[in-house]
Design a protein around this ligand. Structure first.
Ligand SMILES: Cc1cc2nc3c(=O)[nH]c(=O)nc-3n(C[C@H](O)[C@H](O)[C@H](O)COP(=O)(O)O)c2cc1C
Length: 214
């Protein structure tokens, strides 16, 4: 039995493609692995706080030196990190917003990238000072876009700070086994969008069904 963390980042509800597709991934997953435990976090509609000065002070204070106030400043972060670390598999639905990710997902990432918990700093090793602490996990990211050409080899590949950023930041934590399903053309609509959706659904069915051979 695995623990799966399902995360949505679109503020849209019924109209969201990433939300619908991540939901379809979970539905397919449940058919294959009905005993897996699924935890859901919706940062698109229930955003987490941004980091602030107290948060930063607390996150960089050794746990045994935390005052009650500092402990409170990272209480939500601790909860989110615990939840994140409890998962073996992650499924994330995420739109492209202004070439990157929605700020709500960035706020979540800022909460869970925590020194001593999800990465470690080894200043004595200047050649390799960052050590990932989230190892042995798998991630599926369903990334949606209104335009097109942001994928590998596309006209706007160099302007894509959505999927490369997610690969970099989760890779920084140690999650390097990441499969992307990228769906473009939301803004174009019509046949192009229908094809993009069908293509994404095919990939989702394949990924969910072939997990053990990945
Ligand atoms: C604020 C905002 C910014 C957006 N920026 C981009 C963008 O830079 N590139 C792009 O291709 N689409 C962009 N889009 C379109 C969305 O990526 C597209 O509609 C996507 O399907 C949204 O995800 P959702 O359907 O899960 O809500 C943007 C949409 C919004 C609302």
């Amino acid at each position: 039995m695995a623990n799966l963390l399902h995360l949505d980042a679109s503020p849209r509800n019924q109209r969201s493609h990433s939300r619908r597709l991540s939901g379809e991934f979970i539905k397919a997953w449940k058919q294959f692995y009905p005993n897996d435990k699924i935890t859901y976090r919706d940062v698109g509609q229930n955003p987490v706080p941004h980091v602030d000065e107290a948060w930063i002070a607390a996150a960089y204070t050794p746990p045994e030196q935390l005052t009650p106030q500092l402990r409170e400043a990272i209480r939500i972060s601790d909860y989110l990190v615990d939840e994140f670390l409890a998962a073996d598999i992650y499924v994330i639905g995420v739109p492209m917003y202004n070439l990157s990710i929605p700020s709500t997902l960035k706020a979540y990432i800022d909460q869970i990238v925590r020194i001593g918990r999800t990465f470690a700093l080894a200043p004595e090793n200047p050649a390799n000072p960052y050590q990932p602490l989230v190892l042995g996990k798998k991630m599926f990211i369903i990334a949606t876009r209104g335009g097109s050409g942001f994928g590998v080899g596309g006209q706007y590949e160099q302007m894509n700070f959505q999927t490369p950023y997610l690969a970099a930041v989760f890779g920084f934590l140690g999650i390097t086994d990441i499969r992307f399903v990228e769906m473009e053309n939301d803004e174009l609509g019509g046949q192009k969008l229908a094809e993009a959706l069908e293509n994404a659904r095919t990939q989702i069915a394949q990924l969910a069904g072939s997990f053990h051979s990945l």
